[in-house]
Design a protein around this ligand. Structure first.
Ligand code: IMP
Length: 203
């Protein structure tokens, strides 16, 4: 039986990335819209994993089958993990990232070296046809930059400095970023899980 995977996001950019990475599963990949699912989603979890599962479960209730969802954000050690699961909502959804990024840099002023450690985290939840849930979680580790840099990417990319590249995440090309990003690595790990579980059933 050929399985379909629904990815619970309304973001087209994310869908492109997901399709590219999951392509060799041999399964049809649908967005929430393509699957005709538009559930009310109340993201009130306390962790990335809980929020990813809430999104995946809400869509699965409409579609059944295999449903994937992700939840991600920036975790800054010096700020006790802020903005964390509130990354999108930090300082208000409508506040520009120029302002959010400058605010975070101001709040870590004075922190030196490893005190500036921070990471993007991505948790992916998969609800399987029998209702069982799987999770994968990966990070992209760095330091909060002294000043924002770079125009690629989105969100907090200009302030996560990656020592091994000598650049911020916003100075990497999309291809470079996908190879090492929290989301890219979590999706690759989920792909392996699904390959293992549904091996031989793709055709
Ligand atoms: P989500 O799409 O609900 O998981 O929200 C994730 C939020 O975390 C985004 O709105 C960004 O603020 C932040 N974020 C997650 N991943 C990245 C990234 O790769 N670069 C920059 N910001 C990110």
């Amino acid at each position: 039986m050929k399985h379909k995977i629904v990815f619970a996001t309304g973001n087209e950019g994310k869908m492109r990335e997901v399709r590219m990475i999951l392509d060799d599963l041999g399964m049809e990949i649908l967005s929430m819209k393509e699957a005709g699912a538009a559930p009310e989603i109340n993201e009130n979890g306390k962790t990335f994993g809980e929020n990813a599962e809430i999104k995946a479960r809400a869509v699965w209730e409409c579609t059944g089958g295999i449903v994937l969802a992700d939840d991600s954000g920036l975790v800054i050690d010096y700020l006790n993990g802020e903005p964390g699961i509130y990354s999108a909502r930090y300082m208000g959804e409508d506040t520009s990232y120029e302002i959010k990024n400058q605010n975070l840099i101001d709040r870590v002023r004075g922190a030196k070296g490893q005190e500036r450690a921070a990471r993007f985290v991505c948790n992916i939840a998969a609800v399987l046809p029998d209702g069982q849930v799987l999770h994968t979680e990966q990070t992209m580790e760095g330091l909060i930059a002294e000043a924002p840099a770079g125009n690629e990417g989105f969100g907090y990319d200009p302030i996560l400095y990656l020592p091994e590249f000598g650049k911020t995440s916003a100075e990497l090309t999309l291809e470079q970023k996908n190879e090492i990003s929290h989301r890219g690595k979590a999706l690759e790990a989920m792909k392996k899980e699904l390959q293992r579980l549904f091996k031989g059933e793709e055709k």
